[in-house]
Design a protein. Structure first.
Length: 149
């Protein structure tokens, strides 16, 4: 890494060519500069019933997070609401180990079903990831508190 990507026209076969590599956006520190622990993430996507989006978000931020806090290895969560599809909500739950992220099927628990069945049409997707967070200017405080949820 170390250069900014520049467009340099099309090759003979008509595909775009880049003259140099990409180093990320201006102001973003290199991921290699800071040793940060691996984040193990379980992403659970819900589709709210029509007219239930606000209630779903309140339930996720309240009762569901309280449930997750009691789980071994739980390190925090982020709840994402789609700009384009108001009914689409994704919960990113952070876990201490990859095993906890992949084996803890919290979204299938009886307790969660009882909390959410009247608020969601479906739990549409579940994925697990190992994630890294780059240091952004002014983001350090928020990043430090991320795992404290």
């Amino acid at each position: 890494m170390g250069q900014v990507m520049e467009y340099s026209g099309k090759s003979q076969d008509g595909t775009a060519r880049c003259a140099t590599g990409w180093d990320g956006a201006a102001g973003v520190e290199s991921w290699e500069n800071e040793a940060s622990p691996a984040l193990n993430v379980r992403a659970v996507e819900f589709i709210a019933r029509p007219g239930k989006c606000e209630q779903l978000h309140e339930c996720l931020q309240g009762s569901v997070l309280e449930f997750l806090k009691k789980k071994k290895g739980f390190a925090g969560a982020v709840i994402l609401s789609s700009h384009k599809e108001a009914r689409l909500t994704t919960v990113l739950s952070f876990w201490q180990t990859a095993g906890e992220a992949t084996e803890n099927h919290w979204e299938d628990s009886r307790v969660i079903h009882q909390m959410l069945f009247h608020l969601i049409d479906v739990c549409s997707r579940v994925h697990t990831y190992e994630a890294a967070i780059s240091a952004l200017p002014g983001f350090a405080k928020a990043q430090a508190g991320l795992l404290a949820c």
